[in-house]
Design a protein around this ligand. Structure first.
Ligand code: 2AL
Length: 247
C-alpha cells in the first residue's frame, strides 16, 4: 500500500527527515512517499502559517488520491487542514497530533506535549479540546526552539528537548511524552531510551494507524460532514481549488 506523508511546510531537509522516520516503521508491504507542497511557508509556527500552508497541503492530498494512495498523513503537529482533507480524500487521512495523542492515552493515563515555540502551544491546546483529551493532556510545554532549528545538528535542540521532557516527568504527573513537532520524528528513539518512558511521535504513529485501518478495511465516513464539498465556483486565485462535487 502507498502512504503519502505530507509535510505541509516547504523545508526539504525536514521533509527528508520525516520521510526517513516514516519509512523506518513502515511494514514490508508499505511504500512511503513523503512530499511537501510547492508553495507555502518554510515552517509552520502560528495561525497565519497554518492557514496559508493548508492550501498547498490540500493540493498534495488531491495529488496523492490520483496516485491511488491508501492513506495520507498530515505531518505537522497543528494538524492543519485535516477535516478539509478528509472531505476530498477517499483514503483515510490522519494528523500527527491526533495520532500521537491517541496512542499516548493507550500507554499512560496522562501525557505531556513537548513542542517548539510557546506561541504554538495554543494550537495544541485547541486540538486537545477538539479531540477530547483534556483529562489526559497534563501539560503543553515549549522549548523555544524554532522549527527549522531542529534540522541543524549544532543547535542544541536535542538537549533542550530532553531537558524539557525531564521537567515534564518531574512536574506534570505524566507517564508519557508526546513530541509536538513533525521535525522531532528522528529524535523519538533516542529520547525514549534516555527517558525510560513511552515517547510518542506522530509521524510514526500515523503510519502504523493507517496500516491498521487498511488491514481492518476502515476508511473515512462519507456520511454527513465528511461528504465531498459542494460544487460551486471559487473566485480569483482560488478558482482552481473549486470543488467539482464528485470526490
Ligand atoms: C510544526 C510542525 O510539526 N511542522 C512545522 O512546520 N511546525 N509544529 C510546531 N508545533 O512547531
Amino acid at each position: 500500500m502507498l502512504i503519502r506523508v505530507i509535510n505541509p511546510n516547504t523545508s526539504a531537509p525536514m521533509t527528508a527527515a520525516i520521510g526517513a522516520a516514516a519509512a523506518r516503521v513502515a511494514a514490508p508491504g508499505t511504500r512511503i512517499d513523503c512530499v511537501s507542497p510547492a508553495m507555502g511557508p518554510a515552517s509552520i509556527e502560528g495561525h497565519y502559517d497554518e492557514a496559508i500552508a493548508t492550501v498547498g497541503l490540500l493540493e498534495e492530498i488531491r495529488a496523492g488520491e490520483l496516485l491511488g494512495a491508501a492513506g495520507h498523513v498530515v505531518a505537522c503537529f497543528g494538524d492543519p487542514g485535516l477535516d478539509a482533507a478528509r472531505e476530498i480524500a477517499r483514503a483515510p487521512v490522519i494528523g500527527v497530533a491526533e495520532a500521537a495523542m491517541h496512542l499516548a492515552t493507550l500507554v499512560a493515563t496522562g501525557f505531556s506535549v513537548v513542542t517548539t515555540l510557546e506561541r504554538t502551544c495554543i494550537i495544541t491546546e485547541h486540538l486537545v479540546h477538539n479531540y477530547g483529551f483534556t483529562r489526559q493532556c497534563r501539560a503543553i510545554r515549549a522549548c523555544e526552539i524554532a522549527v527549522l532549528e531542529l534540522e541543524h545538528p549544532g543547535s542544541g535542540a536535542y538537549e533542550r528537548i530532553e531537558d524539557e521532557c525531564r521537567r515534564a516527568l518531574r512536574e506534570d504527573r505524566s507517564g508519557a511524552i508526546v513530541l509536538g513537532c513533525a521535525g522531532m520524528a528522528e529524535l523519538r528513539d533516542r529520547l525514549q531510551a534516555a527517558l525510560g518512558v513511552p515517547v510518542v511521535e506522530g509521524v510514526t504513529a500515523a503510519v502504523k494507524l493507517l496500516e491498521g485501518l487498511a488491514a481492518l478495511g476502515l476508511a473515512t465516513s462519507r456520511h454527513g460532514d465528511y461528504a465531498a464539498p459542494l460544487a460551486k465556483p471559487y473566485a480569483g486565485l482560488m478558482a482552481r481549488f473549486a470543488p467539482g462535487g464528485s470526490s
